[in-house]
Design a protein around this ligand. Structure first.
Ligand code: HEC
Ligand code: HEC
Ligand code: HEC
Ligand code: HEC
Ligand code: HEC
Length: 389
């Protein structure tokens, strides 16, 4: 344990003391209290020091190895990665960093700075290792040093007796609700583009048959309580959620993609792009020159977010239809077939953004930016390929 609360520790101690009575007086915290920013995950020791020793995901892993393994493979564990770090300097631009930490690292112990009326002060409770764990166990589960969960499995008191387990508190029903995820996957206030907010996943869900029938985010993204949080980066997850049909003949054909299993628009964010390619192959299966045509599924926006270029995302249950016709200038040969391919670029917006930032010198760390770009360039995959027969 680091004795973090020395002289400069007063603001945090004050913050904790201010929050404590609110929580304990009511007994049951509400969801909005749970997600009031910044989240205070740590508790105080009997000496009045802030105790961050049990906030690391590795400390939970000792008793929850499965949850830890699943979460480690999810993007929640990478939310403080090179893409974020390469753009931010919390000391130079604390306001900007704090606006990103709201979702990427929302605990008070994850921030270098603390907002204090007029500006920002250095945060005595800052813990870099906890910051780098991103959206980790304690961010969702620990408040004031106490672990909260959905209920149904509280630790036997014997593990408390040994003094090893952090205090596991009463259950909170809201862990099973979609609103729990909306804390970071819905952005109502603020910036609108073409009249629409940039992050609208919760409302898309709420208006769909899933929302009306209580099929929550957790049902699809945390089946059997597993902490995989798979999304657009996972080919198997996407394959199961998009039904694809092709029909047609030798010179024209149709592809129809139906959002049959995503509980919101496919895709929901401006970051991914889905590219449908139609082209002709000859009898050897070789692609014929100048026959390729493309269609895009996504919400295209300019890098400075001032203009929406197109919005062809597919709402739940709806379809996207694309008709391919072989260009007239190309000759039709014996054995020619039309082929459709569907490619997913999960990080398309960020790839372009990283390239521009590197060109413009607009970064705080070149090596972080280069690493983020490499990851974004490595994520595209072929979802589907079919020859029309
Ligand atoms: C504290 C904020 C926060 C909360 C709460 C949260 N998320 Fe996330 N989530 C994020 C951030 C940030 C990312 C992006 C991480 C990255 O790639 O840098 C993310 C990524 C994801 C992804 C991966 C997206 C992809 O592109 O593959 C899924 C799926 C997801 N979250 C689902 C959920 C679900 C379901 C819940 C509720 C149980 C939830 N999240 C709660 C912040 C949060
Ligand atoms: C409302 C919550 C929220 C806020 C605020 C937010 N992000 Fe994100 N961010 C997300 C989610 C969710 C994703 C994943 C999107 C996806 O996979 O389609 C993401 C993805 C990213 C990515 C790409 C993945 C990665 O980790 O490299 C970067 C970079 C990023 N955000 C940087 C920022 C920066 C910089 C800020 C502040 C200016 C910020 N974000 C503010 C929720 C948020
Ligand atoms: C983005 C938020 C989020 C993060 C990060 C997160 N959890 Fe959870 N966790 C949940 C939610 C939501 C549930 C309830 C899921 C349900 O019941 O549908 C849950 C349930 C649980 C449960 C009880 C249910 C079960 O089947 O085991 C345990 C234990 C748990 N989490 C441990 C962890 C550990 C350990 C970590 C870190 C390795 C972690 N969680 C990270 C949101 C999160
Ligand atoms: C020394 C062992 C131990 C450690 C360390 C530990 N837990 Fe637990 N936890 C348990 C036991 C035992 C249970 C009850 C049985 C089960 O679910 O495995 C439990 C249950 C839970 C639950 C479900 C509670 C509910 O409402 O159903 C959550 C959530 C949880 N732990 C989260 C965490 C988090 C987050 C950490 C790290 C900050 C952590 N635990 C560290 C032993 C531990
Ligand atoms: C019926 C199942 C289902 C439900 C319900 C559902 N999702 Fe998804 N989600 C998916 C599938 C499948 C994908 C992958 C395809 C895609 O990206 O749309 C996905 C993708 C995502 C992504 C990746 C980002 C992106 O740009 O596509 C995030 C983040 C996400 N879901 C969050 C949520 C949240 C938050 C909720 C609840 C408000 C939710 N999901 C409800 C199935 C579901």
């Amino acid at each position: 344990m680091r004795p973090v609360l020395q002289r400069r520790g007063a603001p945090l101690l004050f913050l904790l003391l201010l929050l404590l009575p609110v929580v304990s007086a009511r007994g049951e915290t509400s969801l909005s209290e749970h997600w009031a920013r910044p989240v205070v995950a740590s508790g105080l020791t009997s000496l009045g020091y802030v105790d961050t020793s049990r906030l690391y995901p590795e400390s939970c892993a000792e008793c929850h190895p499965d949850r830890h393994r699943e979460w480690s493979g999810s993007l929640h564990s990478k939310s403080v990665g090179p893409g974020l770090l390469g753009q931010l300097d919390a000391d130079a631009e604390p306001g900007l960093a704090s606006s990103c930490y709201l979702c990427h690292a929302p605990a008070v112990e994850q921030s270098e700075v603390l907002e204090s009326g007029a500006g920002f002060d250095k945060n005595p409770a800052f813990d870099r290792r906890f910051k780098e764990s991103g959206v980790s166990c304690a961010v969702c589960h620990v408040r004031m040093g106490t672990v909260y969960g959905p209920g149904g499995s509280a630790p036997a008191s014997s593990s408390h007796d040994k003094g090893r387990a952090p205090l596991h508190g009463e259950s909170r029903g809201f862990f099973k609700r979609a609103e729990f995820c909306a804390a970071c996957h819905q952005m109502d206030g603020g910036y609108r583009l073409n009249g629409k907010v940039l992050t609208n996943t919760y409302r898309e869900w709420k208006e769909s048959s899933y929302g009306r029938n209580g099929v929550t985010c957790q049902v699809c993204h945390m089946p059997e309580g597993r902490h995989l949080f798979r999304g657009i980066h996972d080919p198997a997850m996407v394959k199961d959620a998009v039904r694809i049909e092709v029909y047609g003949g030798k010179t024209s054909a149709r592809i129809k993609l139906t959002n049959s299993g995503a509980g919101h628009y496919f895709p929901t964010y401006v970051t991914p792009l889905v590219v449908v390619r139609g082209f002709v192959v000859d009898k050897e299966g070789l692609k014929k020159d100048r026959t390729e045509r493309k269609a895009y599924i996504g919400r295209g926006v300019t890098l400075d977010l001032t203009r929406e270029l197109f919005d062809t995302r597919i709402p739940p249950g709806k379809s996207f239809v694309y008709d391919y016709t072989q260009p007239e200038a190309t000759a039709v040969g014996d054995g020619d077939r039309i082929v459709f391919e569907v490619w997913v670029y999960p990080d398309r917006f960020y790839r372009d953004f990283f390239i521009e930032s590197l060109k413009g010198g607009n970064f705080t760390s070149r090596s972080d930016m280069e690493q983020a770009l490499a990851a974004a360039e490595g994520s595209p995959y072929l979802l589907y390929r079919e020859e029309v027969r």
